[in-house]
Design a protein around this ligand. Structure first.
Ligand code: CMC
Length: 392
């Protein structure tokens, strides 16, 4: 096998150079284009963070207004896109609808197929940012059996999404600034995370010079799995099952430590963070704030707090450097906002979209990019002669 070395899960192999996101897992540092995540979450907005990730600099007042206007002009979906939702079964998972419809955008926009055409890249970027919230809200409406709600141009990005999701003809959704601001902050915290599984997938697919829509669709599918973005839904299911067992945290932890049926403490552990996940720190505080601002108490929050405390004082988790990650507390916030569990990973995708787009642009613009093509260590039979079927 010569110089080929096995690196399962790419734990030690850099696949690209990148100037987008800096992550120091030992010290729990995360920065987008040099800006600490804490400062962006505290003072920034999701749209300016998206602009920052994609363009490299925070926008000026005029640049931000232009960006927002352009996105606003593209929030509507072609009426024919609605027919996809008619075809999906009522119990279709929203992540499957999301990736399918994003892929299908490339059937509607023939001016999206050439990644080297700068104008095409730009318009595809705007269309995706503008339409993903609409696509996500339609997926919610499909499951709820409600008519779709069209976007409104006078609303902000997050406001529009919440209204398209929760308004029904009988009653306009009452936008609550607590919910709007909390969701905006959560989207910022999810906006990029360097070469994670879904971003690497977007780059891998894009490296064959496939268009932006299908590259992002592949990223959405990678995000769906429970070890990646699907963990936010898995955490809630875990908390509910502990609740159903009378809130017995200790016996759940014992099961995890004994690796019974491969059960893991979902929302814990990370490939790169080995001291803490800076996003989780912010989100834990936000979970308290949002629940109390909305006047909601949730027994599941209490179970989560007890689980965390129990795990952080247990040698199994301490010796393996397992800490709460971004997904541990987000589900509780989404639930308090009224989202069903199946939508949690969709919310992650809405947040991660600018990061995927930025990674795709960086890859396309990098002259050293080559098609992604890992090697392997072959372990099969060396060589054997073909036998006709009657001789086997
Ligand atoms: N619960 C119990 N044990 C765990 C956990 C966990 N959540 N995570 C890792 N371990 C153990 C694992 O069994 C192994 O132990 P041992 O050495 O005895 O075999 C050791 O810790 C190292 O784990 P690993 O699987 O080699 O670590 P990895 O870097 O390949 O996996 C991970 C990282 C995030 C997939 C993993 O920690 C995990 O499965 N966590 C639960 C799922 C989750 O919360 N995912 C969200 C990740 S953050 C946001 C995102 O990416 O979407």
């Amino acid at each position: 096998t010569g110089l080929v070395t096995l690196d399962s899960g790419f734990g030690n192999t850099a696949a690209c150079e990148s100037a987008i996101t800096y992550l120091d897992g030992e010290r729990g540092i995360l920065r987008y284009r040099g800006y600490p995540i804490e400062q962006l979450a505290e003072h920034g907005t999701f749209l300016e963070t998206a602009y920052l990730l994609i363009n490299g600099e925070l926008p000026t007042v005029d640049e931000l207004a232009g960006f927002r206007d352009e996105i606003t002009q593209h929030t509507l979906l072609h009426e024919d896109v609605k027919r996809f939702y008619d075809g999906f079964p009522r119990d279709a998972h929203p992540m499957a609808m999301l990736s399918s419809v994003v892929s299908a955008l490339s059937t509607f926009y023939q001016d999206s197929h050439n990644p080297f055409d700068e104008r095409q890249r730009h318009i595809s970027t705007i269309r995706l940012l503008a339409k993903l919230p609409t696509i996500a809200a339609y997926a919610f409406k499909k499951a709820a059996g409600h008519p779709v709600v069209y976007p409104r141009n006078d609303l902000g990005y997050v406001e529009n999404f919440l209204r398209m999701t929760f308004s029904v003809p009988a009653e306009e959704y009452a936008l609550d600034p607590v919910v709007v601001n909390a969701l905006d902050k959560l989207l910022i915290l999810h906006a990029d995370h360097e070469q994670n599984c879904s971003a690497s997938t977007v780059r891998m697919v894009g490296s064959s010079q496939a268009n932006l829509f299908v590259s992002i669709s592949a990223g959405i599918n990678a995000l769906w799995g429970p070890l990646h973005g699907g963990a936010n839904a898995a955490v809630l299911e875990m908390l509910e099952s502990i609740q159903a067992q009378g809130g017995d945290v200790d016996s759940f932890i014992t099961k995890v430590k004994n690796k019974e049926q491969g059960v893991r403490l979902m929302g814990f552990g990370h490939r790169v963070y080995k001291s803490f996940d800076p996003r989780a720190k912010i989100i834990k505080t936000a979970a308290h704030d949002v629940l109390s601002a909305l006047g909601k108490s949730d027994e599941l929050l209490d179970i989560a707090l007890r689980l965390e405390e129990r795990a952080l004082s247990d040698d199994y988790f301490v010796s393996r450097n397992l800490y709460p990650n971004v997904d541990f507390y987000t589900g509780l916030i989404y639930r308090a906002m009224g989202f069903p569990t199946s939508m949690f990973t969709v919310l992650f995708a809405l947040g991660r979209l600018p990061g995927w787009i930025a990674q795709w642009h960086e890859m396309i613009n990098d002259p050293s990019t080559r098609i992604g093509r890992p090697r392997q260590i072959y372990t099969g039979v060396a060589e054997r002669p073909y036998l006709p079927v009657e001789q086997r």
